[in-house]
Write a protein that binds this ligand. Structure first.
Ligand SMILES: NC(=O)C1=CN([C@@H]2O[C@H](COP(=O)(O)OP(=O)(O)OC[C@H]3O[C@@H](n4cnc5c(N)ncnc54)[C@H](OP(=O)(O)O)[C@@H]3O)[C@@H](O)[C@H]2O)C=CC1
Ligand SMILES: CC(=O)N[C@@H](CCC(=O)OP(=O)(O)O)C(=O)O
Length: 343
């Protein structure tokens, strides 16, 4: 059994990790940390785990965590980088759900996250955990940077067009909507029901911190810098991301449906839907899937890719478990067989 620790077990990605890992056939949950709830039984805070998780929250303690085979950090940005050296030196592998190891360039990290990087020497070693791009590197990794939620949907949607050299990479547009669980469990006025319910708004239009992460991934695929306009929106639902992606594709003869189907053939968690489909977020709610659909309205040169994921699953905890499976040589879909609930 793989001994697992979770730092930040009371947040939304933490409890989602618990939901997935509690029924994983090869995992033994060992430590779940929370500073605010230390001592409380996990199943008292989260009764959906009654009878499945028999642990109490504990204070984060590096020595105890170092006894685990792998530690998931489901903590605010900037926490994991303070623990990484010690855990890796102890031989514990690490999967960070925050952004601490996603950007290769420490200056970019400092610019977007407003703090110096605590261990820039680990940035080169960290593997960006998008399995559909980096599967082999993830298998061998000690330290995985689990991608952000928007970056997962946007990259999976754009990558086939960019890798094939078909899109004008100077003018990509990603128009994205997220449910409020994307903002985490901490109390905040913008995510109160009376503030976000029955309303809809864009935010961070001048620059969201997922912009450099998405640009970095797309530039690697394109082989050069890309121009991207990324506009996130907060939508009054709890889970889910819907990305509407626009790219100019001059080659009107290209069979894009076939291109996407070939690119994701054999991928356990990417579903290229039949031509003309309009994927719905509820079809991935609670599941680790990304569903994609392609459109070329009026047979013009503007291609529209629609991508949906659950921000807490393929956008966070599910992808983290997928990465753990790869790191430990398990079938990639172990513990990830959930089907979305309809209605
Ligand atoms: N929500 C989402 O859809 C997604 C979130 N992410 C990222 O995952 C990470 C976790 O997100 P989310 O679960 O939403 O966050 P939450 O705010 O809901 O939870 C944060 C957790 O971290 C713990 N924590 C906070 N500060 C510290 C600290 N200094 N040391 C140790 N533990 C700490 C908290 O518990 P306590 O204070 O009791 O210790 C809590 O359990 C974030 O970096 C987020 O950006 C990534 C993709 C999607
Ligand atoms: C709706 C909402 O607020 N979403 C969050 C998603 C960010 C996130 O969780 O990702 P990181 O891991 O990169 O912090 C936001 O826009 O900040």
């Amino acid at each position: 059994m793989i001994k697992v620790g979770i730092v930040g077990g009371t947040g939304y990605t933490g409890v989602e990790l618990l939901r997935l890992l509690a029924s994983h056939p090869r995992v033994q949950l060992q430590i779940i940390t929370s500073r605010s709830e230390a001592g409380m039984p996990v199943a008292e805070l989260f009764p959906n785990l009654r009878g499945r998780v028999d642990l109490r929250f504990s204070e984060p303690d590096s020595a105890a965590l170092a006894g685990c085979d792998v530690v998931f950090t489901a903590t605010p940005n900037g926490v994991a980088m303070g623990m990484a050296r010690e855990l890796l030196e102890a031989g514990t592998r690490m999967i960070d759900l925050a952004a601490d190891f996603r950007l290769r360039d420490p200056a970019e990290w400092e610019r977007w996250y407003g703090m110096p990087h605590a261990c820039p020497e680990l940035l080169e070693e960290a593997v960006y955990g998008l399995p559909e791009v980096n599967r082999e590197a993830v298998r061998a990794a000690r330290l995985v940077a689990n991608p952000g939620c928007y970056p997962t949907a946007v990259q999976l949607g754009f990558l086939p067009l960019i890798e094939a050299g078909l899109a004008d990479t100077g003018r990509l547009v990603a128009d994205c909507k997220s449910g409020v669980s994307g903002a985490g469990r901490k109390a905040a006025v913008p995510t109160l029901m009376a503030e976000s319910g029955e309303s809809f708004k864009a935010y961070a239009v001048p620059g969201h911190r997922h912009l450099p992460e998405i640009r970095q991934g797309l530039a690697l695929a394109a082989g050069s810098e890309v121009g991207l306009t990324f506009v996130p929106h907060l939508i009054p639902m709890i889970r889910g991301i819907h990305a509407t992606l626009y790219a100019t594709v001059a080659d009107r003869g290209a069979d894009l449906q076939a291109l996407f189907e070939r690119r994701y053939a054999g991928e356990p968690f990417v579903d290229v839907m039949p031509p003309g489909s309009h994927p719905e977020t509820r079809t991935v709610r609670g599941a680790n899937h990304c569903r994609l659909a392609l459109h070329r309205p009026q047979d013009g040169d503007m291609v529209v890719v629609l991508a949906v994921i659950d921000n807490l699953v393929k956008g966070a905890a599910g992808q983290a478990v997928q990465n753990m499976n790869l790191m430990f040589g398990l079938p990639e879909d172990s513990g990830l067989g959930q089907i979305a609930l309809l209605p």
